[in-house]
Design a protein around this ligand. Structure first.
Ligand code: SF4
Length: 227
């Protein structure tokens, strides 16, 4: 899995460095993979500023790590499921190389992305969990709608909603773009700002073909970092 010393000079990714906020082993809290033990690689940096962002600590800082250092660290957890997240991981161009290297090494890889950066270069073996930012995030103007054409059955679309008007907007987007025909669609309430039971009632009332979800890791560990 790790590149032998003798081959490193021929490896185009050998000189690559990525800014990493944290790498940790936890339970996946979101998406259809919720509940699976997963290694998270959180890349530093994000060009968006969602008003309810819960990972502002990943906007800056972190450590510079080589591809080999990252692969060595994630291999040590003895877990085949990896989630590359952020921040916005695709804000670092080297993320595409990392995703490919993780797939080549045999990991089952998902990518959590804001939907604001072109997905064209993402390795086809990666499951893309793409946000569509609702108006309540303050960042809906950054949605890159062309990305919808880059999603397939192995991917997922996620809406994080903080009000009834956000919900109505997401419902309209669902219909207009026929999202349920592309891949699973996830609806989440913004923690504290929208009552989860209320969101569940709206989904049932409208018979929306979406998956309601809560952030499982927050139910387990609150907002503790690295869990
Ligand atoms: S895209 Fe994600 S990391 Fe960036 S500001 Fe929005 S919620 Fe935070």
């Amino acid at each position: 899995m790790l590149v032998p010393q003798s081959q490193k000079s021929a490896d185009p990714g050998a000189a690559l460095k990525l800014r990493i906020s944290e790498i940790f082993h936890s339970i996946q809290g979101e998406s259809t993979r919720a509940g699976l033990p997963t290694v998270f690689i959180r890349l530093t940096g994000c060009p968006l500023r969602c008003v309810w962002c819960d990972t502002e600590y990943a906007f800056s800082g972190g450590q510079s790590k080589s591809l080999d250092e990252i692969l060595e660290q994630v291999t040590g957890f003895n877990c085949r499921t990896i989630c590359v997240t952020g921040g916005e991981p695709l804000a670092q161009p080297g993320c595409l190389v990392l995703l490919r290297a993780l797939c080549d090494a045999g990991f089952d890889v998902s990518l959590e992305t804001s939907g604001a950066i072109d997905l064209a270069g993402v390795d086809g073996r990666v499951s893309k969990i793409m946000d569509i930012k609702a108006p309540g995030s303050g960042e809906s103007g950054k949605n890159l709608w062309e990305n919808l054409a880059r999603l397939g059955a192995r991917d997922e679309i996620k809406f994080v909603l903080d009000s009834e008007s956000d919900y109505a907007w997401a419902r309209d987007v669902m219909e207009r773009h026929q999202l349920a025909a592309i891949c699973p669609v996830l609806f989440s309430p913004v923690q504290v700002r929208l009552d989860p039971a209320q969101l569940a009632e709206w989904i049932l009332r409208d018979s929306l073909p979406v998956r309601f979800q809560l952030q499982l890791h927050k139910l387990l560990w609150g907002s503790e970092r690295g869990r």
